[in-house]
Ligand binder design. Structure first.
Ligand SMILES: Cc1cc2nc3c(=O)[nH]c(=O)nc-3n(C[C@H](O)[C@H](O)[C@H](O)COP(=O)(O)O)c2cc1C
Length: 188
């Protein structure tokens, strides 16, 4: 691939279209090491990654379904099942979090952006290795009980759940923002 072809081909694959195999441990390590190379104001390393696979991943899905029910005791069986199933599809989920240094003069927003770059690198890296990936958040990314379950203290929060696996379909292209709407030349 030359020039910008890789970025022009970038797209997410919906998590329900992701199956086995996921990257094996050695490949995952290479992917993670590459993804850590992000711009980072103050070199604070304000991010962490948790790997969910196999039974641990399924247990996380079950815990989310339970938490969803606690948040909404009237939750229908169908909705509860949908919550649980979110973690049944892709064989690998990486939880990217931002660990904010509140004493730093680097604004928290910038630390979040650095963690977001890690998440985006994981999407790019997974695709470069021939896998598919999708960045998901949903309510669980903002629920403090879920953060606690993942072992996060107050200063840490979820940036995204990156679902990775082998695509079962070629993900359809979606409309992309138009250049003319987005780009302008500023003049004083
Ligand atoms: C921070 C963030 C959170 C997202 N959360 C969700 C989500 O919870 N559910 C969802 O369907 N898509 C979510 N998306 C969108 C998908 O990751 C993806 O961008 C979308 O499926 C379009 O695919 P594309 O990446 O090829 O444009 C999120 C994207 C970002 C950047």
């Amino acid at each position: 691939m030359t020039d910008l072809a890789f970025l022009n081909a970038r797209r997410s694959v919906p998590s329900r279209q992701l199956g086995e195999p996921a990257p094996d441990d050695a490949t995952l390590r290479r992917l993670l090491e590459a993804a850590l190379r992000v711009p980072d104001h103050g070199k604070l390393t304000p991010f962490r990654i948790r790997v969910l696979r196999g039974e641990a991943k399924r247990a996380f899905g079950r815990a989310l379904a339970q938490r969803a029910e606690e948040n909404d005791p009237g939750l229908s069986d169908a909705k509860r099942e949908k919550e649980r199933q979110r973690y049944e599809h892709a064989p690998l989920v990486l939880v990217v979090s931002a660990k904010i240094d509140g004493d730093s003069k680097v604004p928290a927003l910038e630390q979040d952006l650095t963690a977001g770059c890690v998440a985006y690198n994981l999407l790019l890296g997974a695709q470069a290795l021939g896998f598919g990936a999708q960045w998901l958040t949903g309510w669980a990314a903002y629920d403090r009980e879920v953060a606690k379950l993942l072992g996060m203290k107050k200063s840490e929060h979820v940036i995204g759940f990156i679902h990775i696996g082998t695509p079962s379909i070629e993900a359809p292209e979606r409309d992309r923002p138009s250049y003319d709407e987005i780009v302008s030349v500023w003049t004083p």
